[in-house]
Design a protein around this ligand. Structure first.
Ligand SMILES: [Zn+2]
Length: 250
């Protein structure tokens, strides 16, 4: 492939990879590794605004800030706005992977690794779902939605969850994330709550609580609430997801 950095920020590394063979591309959590011959990897993390778009050739002149362009015989790919785009060695790739928790999209993932962290922690489950060393790949929409679907308050301490609740949460993440990959959209409503099936759900609604602050809960009608945790917004229904009170404390 031809490897190029029209914007210039990846130019030095691009020159090293240009006209070599692209061997593979794999993801783990939010990290993508594009492998080139000689066991060299381009590590990409899209962050909040990045896009890596693949189209058929011929490639037009690059538009905007294209950090990386890969051009093969049949297709080309443009990377824009990514948080990370670095040439890394196999050892550096392994070090990144070692810091990640299990990924619900990975059929070989071991959810027990996440459970062992959750069950020992006083941290809120809402925070742990976004901690990539506990669960790899879960973002803010899935966090809000999976907690709603399991009626768990986002600030509930990890150690207060029962193993059955954790397993159900994990299984649901597996289903929801695969569905997201398949459709390219984050749609988290159960069939009975979609706009087609429920008069309480306004047309175009795809999620229960994410970015629905102040609007009525699709299930119970209470107003959806929001609060910031570690710089990102939590969304939840105060009635469907009651505050957890430990029996032991009472
Ligand atoms: Zn509700």
């Amino acid at each position: 492939v031809r490897v190029d950095s029209p914007q210039g920020r990846f130019a030095e590394s691009a020159a090293l990879l240009d006209r070599t063979r692209l061997e593979d591309a794999t993801s783990s959590g939010k990290h993508l590794f594009v492998e080139f011959e000689g066991t060299r990897f381009v590590h990409v993390h899209l962050g909040l605004y990045g896009k890596f778009v693949v189209n058929r050739t011929p490639a037009p002149a690059p538009v905007g800030q294209v950090r990386l362009r890969l051009t093969g015989s049949a297709a080309y790919a443009d990377l824009r706005g990514a948080t990370a785009c670095d040439l890394v060695t196999d050892a550096e790739r392994t070090a990144i992977l070692d810091r990640l928790g299990p990924d619900p999209l990975d059929p070989a993932a071991d959810p027990d690794r996440a459970w062992q962290r959750v069950r020992r922690s006083r941290s809120p489950i809402g925070g742990m779902l976004m901690d990539q060393s506990v669960f790899a790949g879960v973002g803010n929409v899935y966090r809000a939605e999976v907690l709603f679907r399991h009626r768990l308050h986002p600030l509930r301490p990890g150690q207060s969850l029962r193993v059955g609740q954790f397993r159900a949460l994990w299984e649901d993440l597996v289903v929801l994330l695969h569905e997201g990959v398949r459709t390219g959209r984050i749609e988290t409503l159960r069939p009975e709550h979609t706009p087609e099936q429920s008069p309480a759900t306004p047309a175009g609604t795809r999620n229960y609580v994410y970015r629905r602050t102040g609007l009525p809960c699709l299930v119970c009608g209470a107003k959806v609430r929001t609060e910031e945790l570690a710089g990102r917004n939590l969304f939840w229904c105060p009635r469907c997801q009651p505050v957890f009170r430990s029996r032991a404390v009472r």
